[in-house]
Design a protein around this ligand. Structure first.
Ligand SMILES: C[S@@+](CC[C@H](N)C(=O)[O-])C[C@H]1O[C@@H](n2cnc3c(N)ncnc32)[C@H](O)[C@@H]1O
Length: 230
């Protein structure tokens, strides 16, 4: 994505976080399975002791309660391009001293090499360049680190793709119109983001260039998951 494209995307995300109700939409988009998914994928990066977990494209910080449930002594770094998303997160978690907020791009992480024990990224992959994300993630992740990337997936089956595209192009905007009428138009572009996303096998190949182990899982027809370790 070009610099201008990224700025437009950041602006649209800001509109959603500022005027819309992203949290309600997250639940609607996953057909009520949002908490179930988050519980599952955050458990995969959970590890004992005082470690640092990075949430890339954290939005309003929906993963934080799940990460803390698995290990309450971790330090969490929430990183997002959207200042309004991070503001929502700040309102929510200001009493948690162990949550740091960073407004920056996941494609150029302002973090030291090998400083992160674990990373999670949910529903951001389709908005970034996969190979640049993989390279940056590899750089900041420790040698024994683990990362989990979750997003909708573009199936190689034509029927599944049509079903998912119809869902994202018709049902999700309608849900948005009811749940967050002030920013519903932002959800009209979801299907275009999905089309841009390479198929899961290609994403796995890209990650394999930077990570020794790449595992691919699916929870249902919607969500794909990559677990990476160095
Ligand atoms: C669909 S939201 C997902 C938010 C959150 N991860 C969740 O699961 O609810 C995608 C988020 O990725 C962020 N994002 C998109 N491109 C980014 C980039 N290059 N760097 C950091 N964040 C980015 C957006 O600002 C937005 O908050």
């Amino acid at each position: 994505m070009t610099k201008i494209g990224r700025s437009i995307l950041a602006l649209l995300n800001d509109v959603v976080y500022r005027y819309g109700d992203y949290d309600k939409m997250a639940i609607a988009m996953t057909l009520g399975l949002d908490s179930f998914f988050r519980e599952k994928f955050t458990s995969l990066v959970s590890r004992p002791g005082r470690c640092t977990v990075l949430d890339l494209g954290s939005g309003t910080g929906r993963n934080v309660p799940f990460l803390l449930r698995h290990n309450s002594s971790i330090r969490i770094v929430l990183l997002d391009l959207s200042i309004h998303g991070l503001r929502r997160a700040k309102e929510r978690f200001q009493q948690h001293v162990q949550v740091d907020l960073v407004c920056a791009s996941a494609e150029l992480l302002p973090l030291r090499c090998s400083s992160i024990h674990a990373a999670v990224s949910s529903y951001m992959l389709r908005q970034v360049r996969t190979c640049i994300l993989a390279r940056e993630l590899r750089r900041v992740l420790r040698g024994d680190g683990v990362a989990v990337i979750v997003d909708f997936w573009r199936s190689t089956s034509a029927l599944r793709t049509i079903l998912l595209l119809t869902y994202l192009a018709v049902i999700v905007p309608l849900e948005a119109l009811m749940l967050c009428p002030t920013s519903w138009h932002a959800y009209r572009r979801l299907w275009r983001e999905l089309i841009r996303l390479p198929p899961p096998t290609q994403v796995s190949e890209l990650f394999s260039r930077y990570f020794r182990r790449v595992k691919l899982f699916t929870f249902n027809n919607f969500v794909f998951l990559w677990v990476l370790s160095r």
